[in-house]
Design a protein around this ligand. Structure first.
Ligand SMILES: NCCC[C@H](NC(=O)CCC(=O)O)C(=O)O
Length: 448
């Protein structure tokens, strides 16, 4: 194989907690004030990374951010020393302190949109960090995310970095969670599939009525322009607004694609038949045959898909050409979903193996296997140009496990967020992490 898809998983940060911050994400609001275990969360994520590395897949690590974000709190008028900033926010605005403390950067499917070099006008891999404009706790991620991505993908001959789109609802962008790429091979031209929740400048198409549509058509179109994608190799589709109202806050909760396969629910997109036909037509022009695996509502309902995160799975291509589906434990516990998975892998189709991971700490905030990873399709030359400090290995796994066990608490609730020591613990840990991952200085406390 001369080309690869590498998965960069978000390492869970030391402040992982359940603050109920994401209206429209039913797991997040449903688990508000549950007690979190940041150490376990990080170890669960690392175990998935290591298992996929051991199975022969290219696996990297994306570093967490400095939290609480003192800079954000200062911007909102909390002053004094760092400890005073936290004490004032805890007293006057605990909800804002909680939002500034979220470890939400673990969900790296929302870190950026990435277009491989085979698709872009200049042949480089293009990255645009997502502005995550719909939620305050996520909107503060992109400046540091951009610095970390640049520290990982430094080689200007291979990688191009754009700033996030304007931080405005018209250009709400949630990154790769709403983006899929189909192809015959990872280093041959593909079709990039952008799924949006609403059009910001056109009021005619239907919109969800209960929950927000986070991604706009106009944001997706801007990314396609910035990355220099060919019109004949791009498909835009609107997510079915009724499913957004049932808790499908990102497209990766209702569909997942890899190579020439699109695994999706019957209720994923508006005008679904036309969308699938357009993907198939554009994909055949680049030499691949779309295999669309559609799960009917009568076999797995949208509600069961949201509870189980069946579609928030990873599809990974094996050397034999078949694909593994990586699902969370919750998929095993919902009977119709597990029965479906068994039929799927026994059907003789492209997906012939299931791997199950316990990611409960992340799942309780609405983040499954697919949310935790950012995909970058690369040639062998591009892969060699990545900062090798972030690539998973036996040694890095052992180092990161020890690092987590040394620095992370095993219990964190809302009251703990007022503890000024938490910021010190986070900074000490991250300072070491940037050395382990060879990132240089990327955090506000390192740049001050
Ligand atoms: N791709 C999965 C993203 C999950 C994320 N959850 C959160 O931010 C919940 C945080 C909290 O409620 O504490 C979100 O909704 O954007």
């Amino acid at each position: 194989m001369t080309a690869f898809e590498a998965n960069f998983d978000g390492l869970v940060g030391p402040t992982h907690n359940y603050a109920g911050l994401s209206f429209g994400n039913v797991a997040s609001t449903g688990n508000q004030n549950a007690v979190a275990n940041p150490r376990l969360a990080a170890l669960q994520g690392l175990a998935k990374m290591k298992a996929l590395h051991d199975a022969g897949f290219k696996q990297g690590v994306l570093a967490p951010h400095e939290r609480p974000s003192v800079a954000s709190l200062r911007q909102l008028g909390f002053g004094g020393s760092d400890a005073q900033v936290i004490a004032r926010a805890a007293k006057e605005a605990p909800a804002i302190l909680a939002a500034s403390s979220s470890a939400s950067t673990m969900w790296t499917a929302n870190a950026a949109t990435v277009s491989p070099g085979a698709d872009t006008a200049d042949g480089r891999i293009h990255f645009t960090p997502a502005n995550l404009n719909n939620k305050f706790h996520r909107a503060i991620e992109h400046p540091t995310t951009g610095r970390i991505l640049q520290a990982m993908f430094r080689d200007e001959g291979c990688f191009a970095h754009h700033p996030a789109l304007p931080a405005q609802m018209h250009f709400g962008d949630e990154g790769a969670a709403n983006h899929t790429r189909f192809c015959a091979a990872y280093d041959s031209p593909g079709v990039e599939f952008f799924v949006y929740g609403q059009s910001a400048f056109d009021s005619r198409p239907p919109k969800p009525s209960r929950f927000p549509a986070r991604q706009t058509l106009e944001a997706s179109q801007a990314i396609a322009r910035l990355h220099g994608l060919r019109e004949e190799a791009v498909v835009f589709a609107q997510q079915d607004p009724e499913t957004i109202d049932k808790g499908v806050f990102h497209n990766d909760v209702i569909s997942v694609g890899n190579a020439n396969v699109l695994f999706h629910h019957e209720k994923s997109f508006l005008n679904q038949a036309e969308v699938l036909a357009e993907i198939a037509r554009k994909l055949s022009a680049v030499g691949a045959q779309l295999v669309a695996i559609e799960v009917p509502e009568r076999e797995v309902s949208v509600e069961q898909a949201v509870k189980s995160y069946l579609f928030n799975s990873q599809l990974l291509s094996k050397a034999d050409g078949k694909q593994i589906i990586v699902v969370p434990e919750e998929s095993r516990h919902i009977e119709p979903v597990w029965a479906y998975l068994n039929r799927l892998t026994g059907s003789g189709g492209p997906i012939d193996e299931v791997r199950v991971f316990d990611l409960k700490q992340s799942m309780q905030n609405g983040g499954g296997p697919a949310c935790l990873r950012l995909r970058v399709a690369m040639s062998a030359r591009e892969l060699a140009a990545v900062n090798q400090g972030v690539m998973m290995s036996e040694e890095l796994f052992a180092t990161l496990n020890a690092w987590v066990n040394k620095h992370y608490r095993d219990r964190l609730d809302a009251a703990d967020l007022a503890d000024p020591h938490l910021l010190d613990e986070c900074r000490t840990a991250l300072d070491q992490l940037t050395q382990i991952l060879q990132l240089g200085s990327v955090y506000p406390f390192q740049l001050a």
